[in-house]
Design a protein around this ligand. Structure first.
Ligand code: NAD
Length: 522
């Protein structure tokens, strides 16, 4: 591993971003000095603004960027740049697009540490995890580079020598709107399939995490993409609305909460625009008595504590069969207590701060309510103050395990989006499947068992877009990811996603005379 002081010498993007050239990249030093909008191949100040936002370093509570929220004019300029790039890009062959995506993947891979460092500083997740996020980003670009070259239609023979064929065509300018928990990953997961299919994109990250997406825009330009192919506008709800309502936008792909997803769908409906909605969840993780206990415990931690629990597909309702309830609970608490919290840029840290103070207060509120409703806090759920004085204003919370939970408690029904694991007990398979499905969400689900038939039977019964058997929260780019029910629709990753970023044209070719229903001649 590189020492962090040594990292600075190797990181051109970080050098460009830091206000104080030469300063060591460590927690408490980073300040953004460049514009965060990216349009027409370069960073730009927006042409107009609807207010300003501040981005924080959650580990210290410091402001690292104050930036204008793009107004209607800036959004329009970004869309027009994307339209111009689309004209060039959509005419390229799949192989030509693939070459640029592969080069972009290579650049991201080479800059893994510097991009991960920026992500950690702005989001708060540990550098260990941020690096893995960056890996899923370049892997996604590589995957869709492979897909781009094989995009094709069908030839269909018809009577009399006539025939038809289908063309898989791009949609045009696609909009991506992201959440704050996986900023670089979300932008990559949306842009890679969009660009592979021949579209251009305007992306709006969350105003909480504006810093890493312009790095992706720079990478695409460096890789040879036409200027304007991938643009970034910054801002909150108003900027997002300008994007969704823009007449030249062909599609909106959204990652965020159910209430915002509802608004996105309403706006898209006005323009009959297709949408992909990657929304929230309250996923079940079912642990049967015949499981491999050590793996099930590891799975429960993976299902709840990555990125401080701020993960859409987290298995936060942990149903444990009664025979192993005590042993499982004891082990989960033991392992949870070992999670190293602190400075997210340190190599050994596995849990950093939550995204911001209001969110920290919200999660604390859920823990308080859980206690009032009868849940037992077995560990964590408190503010955590690291010894390092520079972290004293950070938004740290100790990971929490709640026991004696019941299905009617708020902590079991609502998405907390923090490091809070709720343990529930069950007796039979039929009972637990019914309880697991008793939610309006349907993003993910997990089952731990050694019984092969039960594993597949339960996976088939669970109402969720992604089901994990004997693991949790692994998202290889080859596998489609997305929700059932209120967790959304459409998919990211996997080959199926090309259907969400392309449209099918049917071409009929007549090889004989027109067999008309109407009389011809004089
Ligand atoms: P959010 O809905 O508050 O915001 C998401 C994005 O939408 C932000 O960029 C925000 O600025 C923008 N936005 C807000 N109002 C808008 C409007 N009216 N029009 C257009 N854009 C608008 O969500 P969040 O707090 O950023 O993220 C947390 C949520 O995201 C959680 O519910 C989580 O489960 C979900 N999420 C889902 C996935 C998934 O793949 N299913 C992944 C990550 C996060």
């Amino acid at each position: 591993m590189l020492p962090r002081a040594g990292l600075a010498a190797l990181c051109p993007l970080l050098r460009a971003l830091r206000s104080a050239p030469g300063a060591a990249m460590s927690t408490g030093t980073f300040v953004v000095s460049q514009p965060l909008n990216f349009r027409g191949g370069a960073r730009v100040q927006p042409a107009d603004a609807s207010g300003t936002e501040k981005a924080f370093e959650p580990a210290t509570g410091r402001v690292i960027a104050t930036f204008p929220c793009s107004g209607e004019k800036e959004v329009d300029l970004a869309v027009q740049d994307a339209k111009a790039a689309f004209k060039i890009w959509s005419k390229k062959s799949g192989l030509e697009r693939a070459q640029i995506l592969l080069e972009a993947a290579r650049i991201i891979r080479a800059r893994r540490d510097e991009i991960a460092t920026v992500e950690t500083i702005n989001n708060g997740k540990s550098i260990f995890e941020a690096r893995l996020d960056i890996d899923t980003a370049w892997q996604c670009l590589e995957y869709y580079a492979g897909v781009a070259g094989s995009l094709a239609g069908e030839h269909i023979q018809l009577p009399g020598g006539s025939f038809g064929y289908t063309r898989r065509e791009p949609l045009g300018v696609c909009v991506g709107i992201g959440a704050w928990n996986y900023p670089f990953q979300i932008a990559s997961w949306k842009s890679a399939p969009a660009l592979a299919c021949g579209n251009a994109m305007v992306f709006k990250p969350s105003p909480f995490t504006p810093v890493s997406t312009p790095l992706l825009a720079e990478v695409y330009v460096e890789a040879g993409a036409p200027p304007g192919l991938f643009n970034v506008v910054q801002g909150g709800a108003a900027t997002g609305q300008f994007l969704c309502q823009h007449g030249d936008v062909a599609k909106v792909s959204f990652t965020g909460s159910v209430p915002t997803g509802t608004k996105i769908m309403e706006m898209a409906a006005q323009g009959i625009k297709p949408v992909t909605l990657e929304l929230g969840g309250k996923s079940p993780l079912i642990v049967f008595a015949d499981c491999d206990l050590e793996n099930a415990v590891k799975g429960a931690l993976m299902a709840n504590f990555l990125t401080q629990g701020e993960v859409c597909c987290n298995g936060t309702r942990v149903f444990v069969q009664k025979e192993i309830l005590n042993e499982f609970t004891e082990q989960v608490v033991k392992q949870t207590r070992k999670i190293k919290i602190g400075d997210p840029l340190l190599e050994g840290t596995r849990m950093g701060p939550l995204i911001n103070r209001p969110h920290l207060e919200r999660v604390l509120g859920f823990v308080k309510l859980a206690k009032e409703q009868g849940a037992k806090v077995l560990c964590g759920g408190d503010l955590y103050v690291p010894e390092d004085p520079k972290l004293k204003d950070g938004y740290f919370l100790s990971p929490c395990v709640l026991a004696s939970c019941t299905d009617d408690m708020t902590c079991v029904k609502e998405e907390i989006f923090g490091p809070v694991l709720s343990i529930l007990s069950f007796d039979t398979e039929a009972e637990v499947v019914e309880r697991a499905n008793n939610t309006s969400f349907g993003l993910a689900a997990g089952v731990f068992t050694r019984d092969l038939q039960r594993a597949h039977r339960v996976a088939a019964e669970l109402q969720a877009g992604v089901c994990y058997v004997n693991n949790y929260n692994v998202s290889p780019v080859e596998l489609p990811f997305g929700g059932y029910k209120k967790s959304g629709f459409g998919r990211e990753n996997g080959r199926v996603t090309i259907e969400y970023y392309s449209q099918l044209k049917t071409v009929y070719v007549e090889m004989g005379d027109v067999d008309s229903a109407f009389e011809s001649g004089p």
